[in-house]
Design a protein around this ligand. Structure first.
Ligand SMILES: [Zn+2]
Length: 248
């Protein structure tokens, strides 16, 4: 059918073979293909792509690749000033909320600690993650690039780091979340909202020393977990500070 020239920019190169990174390459076209499938044939999930220029003109994922095309593919970090011309996906209509795939439980708990709405269960299937994402405009966080190649997922991010704390810093940076950090508003166990509760209402559930030394308590409206400023609290706040500082 012919040949096309293509190039992936910046962090999109994380996905492609080392020999093909950061250079313009030539590809033999042997079948009719959409530019989405073309891009993903190199291992780059469509959710990572913010702008596609074909012969210098922005195109969407349904564009059918033609003989002699020159295709340049950019991630969002390269397109911060180009929101108007993107239209690869609608802008999120609310602050980022997430659905986290079953392998990233600690990332989900840390994000909840920082106040972010983060659905996660260790028995979520890929189908469920994709469905939740689509229905509630939640950003999929995963280390599974094949999950992100599903067409029904509009918003997603491939988490590069394998260490949970570094993953958190990566997500905060990618979605510019540092100014939205709000600890102690969300249950790390279930994602439910926390509210103040009177001590007398829950003191039958407290250990004797906790009952003696603490007076301020929060309770999860969903799972009824109780939170107070005990030893866990100090460690948690230390962690929150560490995450906040990573944005300075
Ligand atoms: Zn809870």
């Amino acid at each position: 059918m012919g040949q096309v020239r293509y190039r992936f920019y910046k962090e999109l190169n994380d996905f492609i073979m080392p020999a093909l990174r950061h250079i313009e390459s030539i590809h033999d076209l042997n079948r009719k293909t959409s530019v989405k499938d073309f891009i993903e044939s190199f291992g780059v999930p469509h959710t990572e792509v913010a702008l596609i220029l074909v012969n210098d003109i922005p195109k969407d994922f349904s564009y059918i690749v033609q003989d002699d095309d020159t295709i340049h593919v950019y991630p969002s970090s390269e397109c911060a000033d180009m929101q108007q011309i993107l239209r690869l996906r609608p802008k999120l209509s609310h602050i980022p909320i997430f659905v986290v795939d079953a392998n990233l439980g600690r990332l989900a708990r840390y994000l909840r600690l920082l106040g972010f709405d983060c659905l996660y269960r260790n028995d979520y299937s890929d189908d469920i993650v994709a469905k939740i994402s689509r229905e509630s405009e939640r950003i999929v966080l995963t280390r599974d690039r094949f999950l992100l190649q599903r067409k029904i997922i509009i918003y997603g991010y491939f988490v590069r780091a394998s260490t949970p704390k570094i993953q958190v810093k990566e997500v905060l940076k990618r979605f510019n979340l540092f100014h939205l950090i709000a600890p102690l508003v969300r249950c790390t166990r279930c994602n439910g909202k926390l509210k103040k509760t009177e001590k007398q209402k829950i003191e039958h559930r407290l250990e004797p020393l906790t009952k003696e030394y603490y007076n301020d308590f929060l309770i999860c409206v969903a799972c009824r977990q109780i939170y107070w400023q005990g030893s866990h609290y100090g460690r948690a706040m230390h962690l929150v500070d560490e995450f906040k500082k990573s944005g300075e």
